[in-house]
Ligand binder design. Structure first.
Ligand code: ASP
Length: 315
């Protein structure tokens, strides 16, 4: 049997052990482990890479600890606007949504766009109306609220017009540590088909209408059976400028690099050169996986049928 693999991330950034309590750390590790196990079970039963990716992401969206679905960050206006994308490496079909509100699982909506819309990318009200038409589950604003994200937003919501007082360590820490938290998954199924998906609330205090890299095919999410499936997390603007996920695919296709080497070039050279903090996870159609980041930490996990099983947070 060929190798089947799932890899997930729950965001990257300045995640330091000294800032964690054992309880919070355990909660994150459990959240990652559950998502890994549920999507691994899909693959083990012969399910598709797309379904494995979706299963992991629904669970992570429902987990308030991660910045996607429930627990998404607040925009400058104090609401949640979420982005998500999914891509199937078999035929390059893809679905993405941006700036959606009140959608319980944006990754479900992105999948619906991929399968049933004749389009690839829907945004704002059009995406929300499509969700209603397709019977996608909606939730009231309160569902998405988390005290932790609210406090984080409150601390910086007025900061737009000021340069930050860097002597205020608490504020600086809030800004540094907690701005990422997106969730992503990539999978290679028993048939050697690969898929990628990413879902996010974006960045705290983002301007309303701002769209990050996560839902942009080629920037934060990409999958092609010929090369790789990639999901990114980090400072989205730089990932968009780098067309980061597709660049990994190009390095593999045109330069013959391995998955690991291609991701290393993009994350540790190209993104670093433009201060693009973050990381990415990837698989290829042989079931190889790589999880690479240039930040202090990245919530992540990987599991395959050859005995690889890991969940980790720090470098
Ligand atoms: N890349 C996401 C964005 O810029 C943020 C993240 O990865 O946490 O919207």
């Amino acid at each position: 049997m060929s190798t089947f693999t799932i890899a997930i991330h729950g965001g990257a950034g300045t995640i330091l052990k000294e800032d964690m309590t054992p309880e919070i750390e355990e909660a994150y590790m459990n959240g990652l482990q559950q998502a890994l196990d549920i999507s691994y079970a899909v693959l083990k039963e012969g399910g598709t890479a797309v379904n494995a990716v979706k299963a992991a992401l629904v669970l992570l969206e429902d987990n308030v600890l991660f910045n996607a679905g429930k627990g998404s960050v607040f925009t400058k206006k104090g609401v949640q606007e979420m982005d998500a994308a999914i891509m199937n490496g078999i035929d390059l079909s893809a679905g993405a949504v941006a700036g959606v509100r009140n959608v319980r699982n944006p990754i479900e909506l992105a999948t619906e766009v991929m399968r049933n819309s004749n389009h690839v990318f829907l945004s704002g009200k059009g995406a929300n109306d499509f969700a209603i038409k397709q019977g996608i589950k909606l939730e009231p604003d309160e569902y998405f609220f988390s005290q932790f994200r609210y406090d984080q937003w409150k601390a910086i919501r007025d900061s737009d017009n000021y340069s930050l007082d860097h002597t205020n360590h608490h504020l600086e820490e809030l800004l540094r540590d907690k701005k990422f938290g997106t969730v992503g998954a990539v999978a290679c199924d028993v048939d050697g088909n690969i898929a990628a998906g990413t879902s996010t609330g974006g960045m705290t205090n983002k301007k309303y209408g701002r769209i990050g890299d996560s839902p942009m095919i080629g920037a934060g999410t990409y999958a092609n059976n010929k090369t790789c499936a990639i999901s990114c997390t980090g400072h989205g603007e730089m990932f968009i400028m780098s067309v980061a996920a597709y660049d990994v695919s190009c390095l593999m296709e045109y330069k013959g690099l391995s998955l690991q080497d291609a991701m290393d070039v993009v994350v540790n050279k190209k993104l670093v050169a433009i201060q693009g903090e973050g990381g990415m996870i990837g698989v290829d159609a042989e079931g190889n996986a790589a999880l690479i980041f240039n930040s202090a930490g990245m919530y992540r996990g990987v599991k395959n049928n050859r005995g690889l099983a890991e969940v980790a947070i720090y470098k």
